[in-house]
Design a protein around this ligand. Structure first.
Ligand SMILES: NC(=O)C1=CN([C@@H]2O[C@H](COP(=O)(O)OP(=O)(O)OC[C@H]3O[C@@H](n4cnc5c(N)ncnc54)[C@H](OP(=O)(O)O)[C@@H]3O)[C@@H](O)[C@H]2O)[C@H](O)CC1
Ligand SMILES: [K+]
Length: 500
């Protein structure tokens, strides 16, 4: 699904109206009804009292339409119009007149004293500004947003939290508990620094014209289940372990051999036929006892890798987990990169070693996958001033070296030289020791099975996140561990195959 800018959203809006021969009011009705349906499912008790803050644009129009729908079905509703300017949009003005005629309690707010006691209401709906925000919030809108945030009330924002900029850093906006956004994902809703404003984000369909969306020129995508599901390769009836890919995991050092066990196990559970772990001597017994399905090759180093040398012919290699940064290990990585021709995933200390030897990055073959967490990324591409800057710097880095960078975190980003893919699965449960090692194993396995590098990264990150989504009820996120990811890879496949 494409992620669009506010200007592109306006275009899709206008095109939907034109191509489907509907009025703008009809489109507002679709959006408001979709929001209303979401709301009544969540708050089915009609004694829920609702305070709605509406602006004077179309976001405010949605707020008023939603007020009418809720009032009609028996909820107790009060509307406050935040009149930050006296020129209402046509559809907002229409809904204002209708709401008044339907005897909904409405007041206009021009100064702070008129703001009601927000805490007295069960839920606040925020419809002050939407995607039309074009400048910093001041005056009465600023005061109202300040009061909403102070109140500690449960706040549901319509489309976007009021005050949130879609294309630049936001410092002041409604701090929503939930944001219910209309059909098109907006980048700003999924950036870590905006989580304070967005709360939990839900995307709802409002029947925008799909053709107009697909014509929009965007290279930022929100990964969807249907798309990932289509990428899953079917099983071959005549497959045997030698035909479905051989993954090699290179890593480990004294005290950090578990990372290789996790990555290797994840690789096999993701479906490649063979997995070999390449480890220092101290790691070989560890993996053989813990994970008998894996084969192991011993490095000549006792406690850390000192010379990467093997005779097998793997289809993909994942390197770096638990590897440490001993000088001999660094040299071993350098020499390995000079000769390597196999599709590669680099993680953890592998990335750190590259960060401190920047000219080695040029040794990487096109489409090598790097999977940094934010700390590793900042060492690799330099610091950033905000999330937009982080994305821009990572994009330039990916373009310069022709690499695929998996920026791990909530809504992991997969950035290559052309596109950005934002992953839509996962929960905070994934922030646990070994989670990154497992991801490396999953992606390496997919590469070994013949998925192209960008699909390996997209599918791998998606499956990794899905395992946490499934288990939110059965395993409390606090006690979810990396092995739980591995145990649920099969369930993720089942779930993806179900919708094919
Ligand atoms: N396709 C969809 O998703 C649909 C979305 N809908 C809803 O429409 C809004 C967007 O509505 P819009 O009228 O374009 O904009 P807003 O309601 O966000 O803002 C209204 C006007 O406010 C002015 N503005 C901008 N920034 C400020 C500010 N800081 N202070 C004061 N005023 C400001 C601006 O007008 P100017 O001419 O003064 O610049 C805005 O136009 C979207 O979010 C959805 O909720 C439709 O309902 C259906 C389809
Ligand atoms: K809003």
């Amino acid at each position: 699904m494409k992620i669009l800018t506010s200007q592109q959203i306006r275009y899709v809006d206008a095109e939907t109206i034109k191509r489907e021969a509907i009025s703008s009011l009809e489109l507002m009705k679709r959006a408001s009804t979709a929001f209303y349906n979401w709301f009544i499912e969540k708050y089915s008790n009609k004694s829920t009292s609702v305070l709605i803050f509406s602006g004077v644009g179309n976001n405010g129009g949605d707020g008023l339409f939603i007020a009418r729908l809720l009032h009609k079905s028996g909820y107790s509703v009060k509307v406050c119009i935040v009149e930050y300017k006296n020129q209402y949009s046509e559809d907002c003005a229409h809904n204002f007149r209708r709401a008044k005629a339907e005897n909904i309690s409405i007041i206009k707010i021009y100064n702070e004293d008129q703001i009601p006691d927000i805490c007295k209401y069960d839920v606040v709906i925020d419809g002050i500004f939407g995607t039309g925000l074009s400048r910093d919030v001041t005056g009465i809108a600023e005061s109202v947003i300040g009061k909403i945030n102070e109140s500690g009330a449960k706040v549901i924002s319509i489309d976007v939290p009021s005050g949130l900029f879609l294309e630049r850093k936001t410092t002041f906006a409604v701090k929503a508990t939930e944001t219910v956004t209309f059909q098109i994902p907006k980048l700003a809703l999924f950036l870590p620094e905006n989580n304070l404003f967005t709360g939990n984000v839900t995307i709802i369909d409002i029947g925008l014209n799909e053709q107009a969306i697909s014509e929009s020129d965007s290279n930022i995508y929100f990964t969807e289940k249907s798309e990932i599901s289509k990428l899953i390769k079917p099983l071959n009836l005549f497959a045997h372990k030698g035909t479905v890919g051989h993954a090699l995991i290179v890593g480990g050092s004294l005290g950090k051999c578990g990372s290789v066990c996790l990555a290797s196990r994840a690789a096999l559970k993701t479906g490649c036929g063979l997995v070999t772990a390449y480890m220092p001597k101290c790691g070989v017994q560890v993996i053989q006892i813990n994970f008998p399905e894996a084969m192991a090759i011993e490095d000549r180093g006792e406690r850390y890798i000192s010379n990467i040398d093997f005779e097998i012919k793997p289809d993909a290699i994942g390197i770096g987990v638990g590897m440490g940064q001993n000088e001999e290990t660094k040299k071993a990585l350098h020499d390995f990169l000079i000769n390597n021709k196999v599709p590669l995933v680099i993680d953890a200390d592998g990335i750190n070693i590259l960060s401190s030897n920047h000219n080695w990055i040029e040794l990487l073959k096109p489409d090598t996958i790097l999977t940094p967490h934010p700390g590793e990324l900042s060492r690799l591409v330099g610091g950033w001033s905000d999330d937009y800057d982080k994305i821009q710097k990572t994009r330039l880095f990916a373009q310069k070296y022709n690499l695929i960078i998996v920026v791990k975190g909530a809504y992991t980003l997969i950035i290559d030289s052309e596109n950005i893919y934002m992953n839509s699965t996962g929960t905070p449960a994934l922030a646990t020791a070994g989670s990154g090692d497992v991801l490396t194993g999953i992606i390496t396995s997919l590469l070994a099975q013949g998925y192209n590098p960008i699909d390996s990264a997209k599918v791998g990150v998606y499956i990794h996140g899905m395992t946490a989504d499934f288990t939110t009820k059965s395993i409390n996120p606090r006690s979810f561990v990396a092995s739980d990811i591995i145990e649920n890879i099969g369930n993720a496949y089942n779930n993806l195959e179900k919708i094919r």
